[in-house]
Design a protein around this ligand. Structure first.
Ligand SMILES: Cc1cc2nc3c(=O)[nH]c(=O)nc-3n(C[C@H](O)[C@H](O)[C@H](O)COP(=O)(O)OP(=O)(O)OC[C@H]3O[C@@H](n4cnc5c(N)ncnc54)[C@H](O)[C@@H]3O)c2cc1C
Length: 402
């Protein structure tokens, strides 16, 4: 077995892992980024919706996304479109973006190991993790590390192997086709709600270019037993709702993935170990969107790991600033979003028709804050007390928890 020594070993070459690896490398650590697939983003498991303000903060190039400025919702008997003057949302070219993030980590000095599947965690005599063992194409590699960053997504391979966490019990399952369409409004996305689309979740059309889009179905488990792949094929075959307006559809690629939906239930630092991204459950529960958090908190994980290594103390106590920083940034927003999610999961088709009337009363900015779970306290109080429409005030009173 080959044995390699690094300051930081990052398990998983998704957005969280690449960002953590880059920042740790920029802060003078030797870094291995270990990815089990043949290439970064070989398999796409996400729809790639995110926000242009975040894209700009992360310096992701403009040719990595398609801009969205109209947000359409449909329920069985209602439909609304909220239009913005400038595009604030985007659908990423997932492969291009994830490879851009990994290349940037590499340029900063991180060493990328693809086709390298982490299967075991090395522990010292105190039971603390000190490395991982991975199987690459023709050999086993032992990676010794001062800090391990578990960025392996839903699987959380390192934390699970150490017995710190169990398999997520509440999660979303999504199935999606990237399709070529005959007709498409390139700057308009569709979210489709109600029993026919998804009994616990939603269906979507996310345009990726002038004639390509991702059409998908997400289902909450264990709330519903419906298989999202079967439901997606039914929706496409029967051309339900706005899918019929796409005209002739040619399926190009199938995507399938799982995303945790248990709020921020996990502890994310242990001696020599940090959990980040989906492994830490860092997703906006309203629409189960986690890419921007994965990148942002990947950066925080890389920074805190590097600082702990510099101070020669990689104990849990020394890594705690990571957990404090991300919780301060999103915990109260996520908790508010869970309230909306709980409300949405229980809605009947008729109630969804009415919910869309409420959404229709929001301005584009209010809608975006809402869907992004950007529930700042002062914004929420303003909406709950001063919004001209009573139904909107009631909605935000519910989010506030009164
Ligand atoms: C169907 C679906 C649609 C989604 N849509 C959106 C959306 O529109 N917008 C949004 O922001 N979020 C969306 N998400 C969520 C988003 O994809 C995740 O929050 C995000 O990918 C988390 O990034 P990550 O780096 O933590 O994990 P991942 O992107 O899952 O990356 C983990 C990486 O670890 C690797 N890995 C796993 N096990 C091992 C191992 N044993 N050894 C080595 N490598 C390993 C994997 O191959 C993978 O590359 C969606 C999720 C799903 C399932």
């Amino acid at each position: 077995m080959e044995e390699l020594n690094f300051d930081v070993v990052v398990v998983g070459g998704g957005p969280a892992g690449s960002s953590a690896a880059r920042i740790a490398a920029e802060n003078e650590c030797t870094v291995a980024l270990v990815e089990k697939e043949k290439e970064i983003a070989e398999t796409v498991r996400t729809s790639g919706v995110t926000w242009i303000s975040d894209i700009k903060k992360f310096k992701i190039p403009e040719d990595c996304y398609n801009s969205i400025k109209r947000f359409s919702f449909c329920s069985p008997k209602n439909s609304v479109t909220i239009s913005d003057n400038v595009a604030k949302a985007a659908v990423l070219d997932v492969r291009k973006t994830y490879r851009f993030l990994a290349n940037r980590a590499q340029s900063s000095g991180a060493k990328i190991f693809t086709s390298t599947n982490v299967s075991e965690v090395l522990k010292n005599s105190d039971g603390k993790c000190v490395g991982v063992i991975a199987k690459s194409i023709d050999k086993h590699i032992q990676f010794n590390a001062k800090v391990i960053i578990d960025a392996s997504g839903f699987a959380s391979v390192v934390a699970k192997e150490l017995g710190h966490v169990e398999q997520w019990k509440k999660f979303g399952v999504g199935a999606e086709f990237e399709v070529k369409t005959e007709e498409l409004e390139q700057d308009n996305w569709w979210l489709m709600v109600g029993q026919e689309y998804s009994p616990a979740g939603y269906a979507w059309i996310f345009p990726t270019s002038k004639n390509t889009a991702r059409v998908g179905v997400g289902i909450g488990k264990p709330d519903s037993e419906v298989d999202p792949t079967i439901r997606l094929n039914e929706l496409i075959d029967k051309k339900i709702g706005p899918i019929k307006d796409l005209g002739k559809i040619e399926k190009i690629e199938f995507h399938y993935g799982l995303i945790p939906n248990e709020g921020l239930s996990r502890k994310t630092v242990y001696d020599n170990l940090i959990l980040v991204g989906d492994s830490a459950g860092q997703a906006n529960p309203l629409v189960l969107e986690g890419i921007r958090y994965a990148i942002r908190f990947g950066e925080v994980a890389g920074k805190v790991a590097a600082s702990a290594i510099k101070n020669e103390d990689t104990s849990e106590r020394s890594l705690i600033p990571y957990e404090k920083e991300w919780r301060k940034a999103i915990e109260s927003k996520i908790n508010s979003a869970i309230k909306v999610q709980n409300r949405w999961v229980g809605l009947t088709d008729e109630e969804w028709d009415k919910e869309l009337d409420i959404i229709n009363e929001l301005t584009a900015d209010e809608f975006l804050d809402f869907i992004r779970a950007d529930f700042g306290v002062s914004k929420m109080v303003k909406l709950a007390t001063h919004h001209p429409k009573m139904i909107v005030r009631q909605l935000f009173n519910m989010v506030k928890g009164t």
